[in-house]
Design a protein around this ligand. Structure first.
Ligand code: ADP
Ligand code: MG
Length: 447
């Protein structure tokens, strides 16, 4: 079967698994560029669709493709216009790494992806400390802060920062022996090395590095042998003054099922967190992403997006991609009117399931306070926190417009709502009690 037919079949199956707008604006725009040695290269028309499809639909696509081919494929996403992808194919090599005006997009040896460099990293309140520390490390690797431990919720830019550090160090010293690796890959390689009796080359590879960047180290939790091996790798590198950079979704001491001796090593250098971006930073990120994509988004539309998506950079980027792709599909300018419409449609679909008054009732019930107090003016903490949680749920779960949330929560203006939602948002990633409370309330909403 040729690639076109194979992909047509994959898309047919995808169609049943995702919503129509997602299929039309995102997935139908992809094409199978090549399939060789179990590496499927998938062409996407622009970087936004690429990043969205890659982050959200990787496993779904892989499952379908694996089923159709009976193989265990890896997927690689590239930016290529579909027609061009077709033309290129008949011309010569199926795929070359020369993207981005001749610069390699992905560097196999170091595991670094061009997409994630400091050139595209926006610095703001939520990450300026992490950024500053990274700069110090780049100046003095191995001595400034070792290890450097970055933690934060999903999509706040940990991977981007690790990779950017990697690129910057490589630019300073082309010969540097540097490796970026997700901790899961470390584990998988270790298992393979053990099975193939190649543990010695494995140890050698890691212990001879100048810089080791391990992403999502929390995935090492509960894996004793990986922890053991990582401990020795860490020590070897550390004593020889090699830089180690780690990322995780939480502080070292909060990672469960991890050996104490590792935790204390992780805490031995500098630990910094990256928070979800605040409003100004969200605006800056949206502007930067628009510039990158060559998209012209109205200032007002940018404001609207920045106000309405507050969870993390990935979601911000993803939603922007959806808006731009949809506008492009409809041949419209992505102005405020369009963006409003885009959100309006989304909002309605959810509203059907839970009514706003049920949210307010559920929150009051959960905190054992009167609805009148929840919606009223009193600034006592016992009312303020539940009130903010109600705002948060109305906004996040029901995806209601800010103004509407304001009306529902005692006639408050939208800035109060932004503030309230943001407060909860910030605490959400840090405070497990709060997360638990919100989860309990949500359970009563959907049961
Ligand atoms: P994490 O690893 O924390 O889950 P990522 O580094 O994968 O998050 O970031 C998610 C997406 O958001 C990526 O596409 C990344 O490029 C983008 N991103 C995150 N932080 C920033 C930033 N400060 N400036 C620009 N883009 C960012
Ligand atoms: Mg990451």
């Amino acid at each position: 079967m040729n690639e076109k037919d194979l992909w047509r079949q994959v898309l047919e199956e995808l169609k049943i698994s995702v919503s129509k707008p997602i299929f039309q604006t995102l997935l139908s725009k992809t094409a199978l560029f090549s399939l060789e040695k179990e590496v499927a290269t998938i062409a996407c028309p622009n970087p936004y669709i690429q990043s969205l499809v890659e982050t959200r639909y990787y496993s779904l696509l892989k499952n379908i493709l694996d089923k159709k081919t009976g193989k265990n494929n890896s997927l690689l996403f590239i930016v290529k216009q579909l027609e061009k992808a077709g033309q290129q194919k008949s011309e010569g090599p199926l795929f070359s790494w020369q993207e981005n005006g001749g610069r390699k997009r992905f560097d196999r040896q170091s595991g670094l992806n061009r997409k994630y460099s400091f050139e595209t990293f926006v610095v703001g309140n939520s990450n300026n400390f992490a950024h500053a520390a990274a700069q110090a490390i780049i100046k003095n690797p191995g001595t400034a802060y070792n290890p450097f431990f970055v933690w934060g919720g999903v999509g706040v830019g940990k991977t981007h920062l690790l990779q950017a550090i990697g690129w910057a160090l490589k630019e300073k010293n082309k010969e540097i022996n540097l490796l970026y690796i997700p901790s899961e890959t470390f584990t998988n390689e270790l298992v393979a090395a053990l099975q193939q009796k190649k543990i010695f080359p494995f140890k050698k590879k890691y212990r001879s590095l100048d810089v080791l960047l391990v992403d999502d180290i929390h995935f090492i939790a509960g894996k004793e042998y990986s922890q053991e091996e990582f401990f020795h790798t860490f020590n070897k590198l550390y004593v020889s003054g090699r830089q180690i950079v780690l990322s995780s979704d939480r502080r070292p001491e909060e990672i469960p099922k991890i050996e104490e001796r590792l935790t204390s090593r992780f805490m031995g250098g500098l630990t910094v967190d990256i928070q979800p971006p605040d409003y100004e930073m969200r605006v800056a990120i949206l502007k930067a992403k628009c510039r990158e994509a060559g998209a012209d988004l109205e200032e007002k539309a940018i404001d609207f997006l920045a106000e309405n998506i507050s969870s993390n950079v990935r979601e911000l980027e993803g939603t922007l991609a959806q808006v731009l792709a949809q506008a492009q599909a409809e041949g419209r300018k992505p102005d405020l009117e369009f963006v409003n419409k885009f959100f309006g449609i989304k909002g309605k679909a959810r509203q059907k399931t839970v009514a706003p008054r049920n949210v307010i009732a559920a929150v009051s019930r959960h905190f054992k306070i009167k609805t009148g107090d929840l919606l009223g003016p009193c600034r006592k903490k016992e009312f303020v926190v539940p009130r903010q949680i109600a705002m948060y749920l109305l906004r996040k779960e029901l995806e209601l417009p800010l103004v509407r949330v304001g009306e529902l929560v005692g006639g408050r203006d939208h800035t109060t709502i932004i503030h309230g939602v943001e407060k909860i948002n910030k605490r959400f990633s840090l405070d497990s009690n709060l997360r638990h409370e919100i989860m309990l309330i949500k359970e009563t909403l959907y049961s």
